[in-house]
Write a protein that binds this ligand. Structure first.
Ligand code: F6P
Length: 323
């Protein structure tokens, strides 16, 4: 391997820049040429590819977002799109890829490897934490911290007015942010996509907490949950508790931004180094992750298909602490 292309794809995540920097610096350390592929697979198709030098990656470790930019490419899902992308890579002489992103992005890397044999290494870059083969994905810790900071502020005003807040957090089909932020902010209840919480049991819980003189309550709702959106749940609960002043806050994309935490910087740095060294050792079509502080390479198909389960013990802890 002589020339490695690096790209970020899908939803950006804090720590992606740190991962790019680590991969590129490691490439230079081993005298490889490193290429930035801009706007993910979209840029690969449109030939938005540039050779990187050390100045390109100076002072990016501490910045949120991704300086390579990101996109969700529909064209790459087609065989014609992937053919164009392959031709561009060949013209640049790029002989390996590092793809930083979530399950959709890693699926793309796997497909590309299957079709064209381009050695591909995935890095888990998503705030959702929904990839197997790593204890945490790059950006998850930062997103949880951001959510908790925001919920703490909501707590101040909720307490001042004795209000009930429904706070919607991100996580598409996964409840990891909701559970982490919910436990960390002493939420009254946490509703996640993996479980369906009957409205009646939520209402009973809120009633018993009100009796226990807990006049402000915060319920965390993961987007895409089976019980409905935060607004839908709030509307239903209002019918049972008409006397309660209820508000809804959707944290949204603020959870995707911001400087990465120390945890995410370390994770991204270790995985960036592992990505290049793994490729040099012939590890292809795998994702580098960190399990119990050790680098582990998991076949991409396993990382994306083996749905990581929310920790039952986390749910138990959340329940004990909110009863
Ligand atoms: O996958 C990361 C994520 O932030 C999800 O939590 C969320 O559902 C989705 O991306 C939002 O995507 P977009 O920014 O394209 O609206």
């Amino acid at each position: 391997i002589k020339k490695i292309g690096v790209l970020t794809s899908g939803g950006d995540a804090p720590g992606m820049n740190a991962a790019i920097r680590a991969a590129v610096r490691t490439g230079f350390y081993y005298n490889l040429e490193m290429y930035g592929i801009y706007r993910g697979y979209e840029g690969m198709i449109q030939n938005d590819i540039k050779k990187l030098n050390s100045l390109n990656i100076t002072h990016i470790l501490e910045r949120g977002g991704t300086f390579l930019k990101s996109a969700r490419s529909e064209e790459f899902k087609t065989t014609e799109g992937r053919k164009k992308a392959y031709t561009n890579l060949k013209n640049h002489g790029i002989d390996a890829l590092i793809v930083i992103g979530g399950d959709g992005s890693l699926t793309g890397a796997h497909l590309f490897f299957q079709e064209y044999g381009i050695p591909a290494m995935g890095l888990p870059g998503t705030i959702d934490n929904d990839l197997s083969g790593t204890d945490s994905t790059i950006g998850f810790d930062t997103a949880c911290n951001t959510a908790i900071e925001a919920i703490d502020k909501i707590r101040d005003t909720a307490t001042s007015h004795d209000r009930l807040f429904f706070v919607e957090v991100m996580g598409r089909d996964a409840g990891f942010i909701a559970i982490n932020a919910g436990i960390g902010s002493a939420a009254a209840a946490i509703l996640i996509p993996e479980n369906k919480t009957p409205i009646e049991s939520l209402v009973e819980k809120l009633k018993s907490r009100t009796k226990a003189m807990k006049t402000s309550n915060i319920v965390i709702v993961a987007e895409g949950g089976k019980s409905g959106s935060a607004q839908e749940i709030a509307d239903k609960v209002k019918k049972y508790l008409p006397y309660y002043d209820i508000k809804v806050t959707i944290l949204g994309h603020l959870q995707r931004g911001g400087a990465p935490t120390s945890f995410d910087r370390l994770l991204a740095s270790k995985l960036g180094v592992a990505a290049v060294e793994g490729l040099m050792q012939g590890k292809y079509d795998v994702m580098a992750g960190l399990i119990n502080h050790k680098v582990v390479f998991t076949p991409i198909v396993k990382a994306i298909v083996d749905d990581k389960k929310v920790d039952e013990d986390d749910l138990r802890v959340a329940n004990i602490l909110s009863t």
